[in-house]
Design a protein around this ligand. Structure first.
Ligand code: NAX
Length: 324
């Protein structure tokens, strides 16, 4: 068997991790021939729960699980890892503003950014913990790991968009392609139906209901997380975990021919986004790395949505400027 791939998971006692970890260990992500070594990071009060997760992992007797360890020290957790899934952060509490959350979680990503220098030479970092774009920006700024190895997760928004368009059009999700989710994983993200396709045709020519696309689809995707919380009493976990693993895999293989993958990455100025901001773009992955898909048209209506989310990310960067 090949050498194990070493994966760090932070927030390992949390609900998203509970859906991520067993799939990583089972061979469902890297294949049945690739052993996986798991390295968990948690805060001290959550260690007991993490112990239970590790007991359950032992009880699964996965042939692909080469070993595991747990720590409350980021330096130890990231030592030698090939992939780091940064899921852990404090959830938003009652009455807490987004800016409060950014201020509370930002410092976590300063320390973790530095500790990521302990990773393997090919380390890739995926930020899920919210506010994920800005947390990614902070970690990137404190790490020597090349910027292009960092990304934040827009995949759940993309998967939600594909699912909802497919249901509306009465087609399988595989018929939906070219979905871009611009900007931030927040209520101001812009899930772009104008460039999206169904069976190769522009979505607006298949779903001929602009009012539904603009006034139902876009807000529904933007607020889907809150809808799940209202219905379940807890935030999205299985779908978020599934999206995190889709995201991880999509950086390890060439993108589907003619299509793209969604992720928030460091802007180089594409589409007028300030260089350095971590912004959700459509990307193509090839054997050399990834590149932003450029030149997609945006209508005035779409550009207004795009500019709104761009301004939101600029203000998040302002809130954390002391951490950069
Ligand atoms: P949970 O509260 O169930 O788990 C979070 C875990 O992180 C806890 O066990 C906690 O002890 C741990 N933690 C806190 N500070 C830590 C630190 N400094 N180092 C390591 N671990 C730490 O939350 P869960 O539902 O698993 O969500 C995790 C994060 O994902 C949240 O920030 C959430 O907002 C975010 N999400 C991001 C999504 C995205 O699309 N980017 C979608 C889903 C999700 O809302």
């Amino acid at each position: 068997m090949a050498d194990p791939i070493r994966v760090a998971v932070t927030g390992a006692a949390g609900q998203i991790a509970y859906s991520v970890i067993f799939r990583l260990a089972s061979g469902a992500v890297f294949g049945k021939d690739r052993p996986v070594y798991l390295s968990f990071l948690e805060i001290a009060p959550a260690m007991k729960v993490l112990e239970a997760v590790m007991m359950e992992l032992e009880d699964c007797a996965f042939p692909t699980l080469a070993g595991m360890r747990a720590s409350d020290q980021a330096d130890q957790a990231f030592d030698g890892v090939n992939t780091a899934l940064l899921i852990g952060s404090r959830p938003r509490g009652a009455g807490m503003e987004r800016a409060d959350l950014i201020k509370i979680n930002g410092p976590i990503f300063v320390g973790q950014g530095k500790a990521l220098n302990r990773g393997a030479a090919d380390l890739r970092v995926i930020v899920v913990g919210n506010p994920c774009n800005t947390n990614c920006l902070i970690a990137m700024n404190h790490s020597d790991v090349p910027n292009d190895r960092f990304s934040a997760m827009m995949r759940l928004d993309y998967n939600r968009s594909k699912g909802m368009l497919a249901i509306k059009a009465g087609v399988p999700v595989t018929a939906v392609s070219h979905v871009a989710v611009w900007g931030n994983h927040s209520n101001n993200q812009y899930p772009d139906f104008e460039n999206a396709k169904i069976n190769g045709q522009p979505v607006p020519s298949v779903i001929q209901d602009e009012t539904w696309l603009r006034e139902t689809f876009v807000p529904a995707i933007q607020t889907r997380g809150a809808a799940v919380i209202n219905a379940r009493g807890a935030s999205s976990a299985a779908s978020a975990a599934s999206a995190a693993l889709d995201h991880l895999i999509s950086f390890r293989e060439p993108s589907p021919v003619g299509d793209w993958i969604p992720a928030a990455v460091r802007s180089n100025g594409q589409y007028g986004v300030d260089p350095g901001l971590v912004f959700g773009f459509p990307l193509r992955v090839n054997e050399k790395g990834w590149e932003v898909v450029e030149g997609l048209p945006l209508s005035d209506w779409g550009r207004a949505k795009f500019d709104k989310v761009l301004n939101e990310l600029r203000s998040e960067r302002e809130v954390v400027k002391d951490l950069l």
